[in-house]
Ligand binder design. Structure first.
Ligand SMILES: NC(=O)c1ccc[n+]([C@@H]2O[C@H](COP(=O)([O-])OP(=O)(O)OC[C@H]3O[C@@H](n4cnc5c(N)ncnc54)[C@H](O)[C@@H]3O)[C@@H](O)[C@H]2O)c1
Ligand SMILES: [Fe+2]
Length: 383
């Protein structure tokens, strides 16, 4: 039963320049807003790609001084952020541009937070109420996504792990939203098939989990339905035979997923997070494998929502678990494993994984409660 007396807050994101070659507007934009000393935050792979060098060249051509920071982990940790902060200060930067996937964008957002916020980074952890310390004193922040998955370009949070335990902490505040996003699908043109598939399934998971998450948020639900529709039309093409249309669709749909999950996520993300913490599994891959199992767990009692999702994805209906079968087939068609063994999970990991999953915050928004036993059962089913 929805309580219509409750006051809810709906937030929507920021300025987005979306389309092929949108990145070419970046240098002039910087001059327009009066910044000439950006810190470019990326990762060790992206900085070696042609488009990254082109961005550097185009900035230099406008006499913009560039410093690059890319010394980050695949699942970023606090020391990455502190090194980036030092680089910003030592080289006297005036703004931050994130260019990369979710990992680089999260580190960049956390660096932006750390510049004028001098408490210990994890004092700002949202789960212990740290957002109350976050003020608007944040350097001008721009995001340039180069994967289509996390949607972190329009996110307000950064997921950063503790160096020693690898426990993921969440730094969250609407003040950390980018001032402008340059979402250019051309930058994803050469994304390898495996990364396209794994990040794309993360985006699909965001849209699906947000759609069925608890709470009344029809704004997000509408976006989520359209987001999953777009992904269902384009993910296989983006992986196997990419072109501008499939890349553009995946980019906008991943961004939509992140807008939609302001409503919340669910059991699949709680199953996925411990895999990254324990086995360093890529976030999207961890979601991809767990998605069909988590959705099957949620299906009974939610038939009407499942029907809507199936229709959105052009499956006509969800009879005989049609939607679940479709999710398995997407993993197969995009070359991803359908079992946890395929990503190195062993029976002896299950107890620890289930404990970590129960402690994860995402399942609190799942439409059904999830117990430790449920997590264990789901991991065993997927093993
Ligand atoms: N802030 C949020 O709301 C949010 C949401 C979900 C996940 N995350 C975080 O995002 C991270 C995952 O992000 P991701 O899935 O984008 O992966 P990623 O950032 O780790 O990138 C995946 C790989 O792709 C490479 N890559 C990136 N762009 C490329 C390109 N254009 N061409 C070729 N290679 C390219 C990277 O170098 C990297 O090796 C995790 O750390 C996760 O915790 C954050
Ligand atoms: Fe995700």
């Amino acid at each position: 039963m929805i309580d219509f007396r409750t006051v809810r807050q709906y937030n929507f994101p920021t300025t987005i320049r979306f389309g092929a070659n949108a990145i070419e507007e970046l240098p002039q934009h910087l001059l327009n807003v009066g910044f000439r000393r950006p810190l470019l935050v990326s990762d060790g792979t992206v900085v070696q790609l042609d488009f990254f060098r082109n961005i550097q060249t185009s900035l230099a051509a406008k006499k913009i001084s560039v410093e690059v920071f890319s010394d980050i982990h695949k699942n970023p940790v606090k020391s990455d952020v502190l090194k980036g902060k030092a680089s910003f200060s030592e080289t006297e930067r005036d703004c931050i541009i994130a260019i990369g996937g979710g990992a680089a964008m999260d580190v960049a957002r956390a660096i932006a937070l750390s510049i004028h916020h001098n408490r210990d980074l994890f004092d700002y952890d949202d789960l212990i109420g740290g957002d109350k310390y976050i003020t608007g004193r944040v350097p001008y922040f721009i995001t340039v996504p180069t994967t289509s998955g996390t949607g972190s370009e329009v996110g307000r949070s950064a997921i950063i792990a503790e160096d020693d335990t690898h426990k993921k902490r969440i730094l969250f505040s609407p003040k950390l939203l980018a001032k402008i996003v340059f979402a250019d699908p051309m930058l994803t043109m050469d994304l390898p098939p495996f990364i396209t598939a794994a990040t794309g399934m993360d985006a699909l998971t965001h849209n699906m989990e947000a759609f069925i998450a608890k709470d009344f948020h029809p704004l997000c639900e509408g976006i989520a339905l359209e987001g999953m529709a777009i992904i269902s039309q384009s993910i296989v093409a983006a992986v196997n035979k990419p072109d501008l249309e499939s890349r553009s669709k995946m980019m906008i749909a991943s961004l939509m997923g992140a807008v939609a999950f302001q409503k919340g996520l669910g059991v699949v993300h709680s199953l996925a997070h411990p895999l990254s913490a324990l086995l360093d599994t890529h976030h999207g891959l961890a979601n991809a494998v767990n998605l069909p199992y988590g959705m099957r767990f949620n299906r009974s009692g939610l038939e009407a929502s499942f029907k809507k999702m199936a229709v959105a994805m052009n499956l006509k209906d969800d009879q005989d678990e049609g939607l679940i079968k479709f999710l398995f087939s997407l993993n197969e068609q995009t070359g991803l494993p359908v079992k946890l063994r395929g990503i190195g999970v062993k029976p002896e990991h299950i107890e620890t994984l289930a404990e970590l999953a129960e402690n994860d915050f995402c399942h609190l928004n799942n439409p059904k409660p999830v117990s430790r036993e449920d997590f264990k059962r789901l991991y065993l089913e997927a093993l």
